[in-house]
Design a protein around this ligand. Structure first.
Ligand code: MD3
Ligand code: FE
Length: 203
């Protein structure tokens, strides 16, 4: 069943399933234009998660910091456009969670392979903290860590399965969060991968 994680955060179980058939070819086109790559954090660590973006703005990191850019630093070209089915999925999920008229300008696409993880962090590079964030999980299951407003606050573990969508906003927007190292439990459609789309209003 759908699950409330906080006052303004909820899991919509299986919400993305009806969109998957249209989303996968759109993802293939994005990958062909702006391939997945491993970026380096300001601290000098190479991320175990590989990423790409679509939409007007894309999230990037290098030794000089985290930021949103309108072009892909690897290709020098604009990020691939946001496919209509992505925008529709994000808007309809936001509406289902009580956030009206969500129009994301950025979609970060994270690719996890077995062993990939994301350490606890806050998302604070966006201009508008009032807009929600919509996160779509496809492929292998992951254990999501949902913390508090301090890095040392206790975390709750939330399994995220193929098709699950999480919507975060309001008072839960700045919570620490992360993803435990993925186990290799191949998925019927995606194999040994997990894809996460994170829709944001960044500009
Ligand atoms: C909770 N990605 O890219 S998305 C990220 O599964 C990121 O790839 C994770 O965290 C992933 O920054 C989780 C879910 C998410 C996104 C933003 C949040 C959870 C959040 C902001 C506040 C609280
Ligand atoms: Fe995050």
């Amino acid at each position: 069943p759908d699950q409330r994680l906080g006052a303004a955060a909820m899991v919509l179980r299986g919400f993305a399933l009806p969109y998957v058939r249209e989303v996968m070819p759109a993802l293939a086109a994005i990958e062909a234009q702006s391939p997945f790559r491993h970026m380096v954090t300001p601290g000098g660590f190479t991320m175990s998660v590989a990423l790409t973006n679509c939409g007007a703005l894309g999230w990037t990191t290098d030794r000089s910091g985290y930021r949103y850019t309108s072009t892909d630093p690897d290709t020098g070209q604009p990020w691939p456009g946001m496919p209509a089915v992505f925008a529709r999925l994000a808007r309809e999920a936001a509406t289902a969670a009580g956030f009206d008229a969500f129009e994301p300008d950025a979609c970060l696409v994270n690719r996890y392979l077995p062993g990939s993880r994301m350490s606890l962090h806050q998302d604070k590079n966006e201009r508008d903290y009032d807009a929600p964030i919509v996160s779509v999980s496809l492929g292998m299951r992951a254990v999501f860590l949902f913390g508090g407003h301090k890095r040392t606050d206790p975390t709750v573990k939330v399994p995220l399965l193929h098709g699950d969508v999480v919507v975060w906003g309001g008072v839960d927007r700045m919570r620490y969060h992360g993803v435990m190292p993925l186990k290799d439990e191949p998925h019927a459609l995606l194999g040994s991968r997990r894809i996460n789309f994170t829709f944001r209003k960044a500009g």
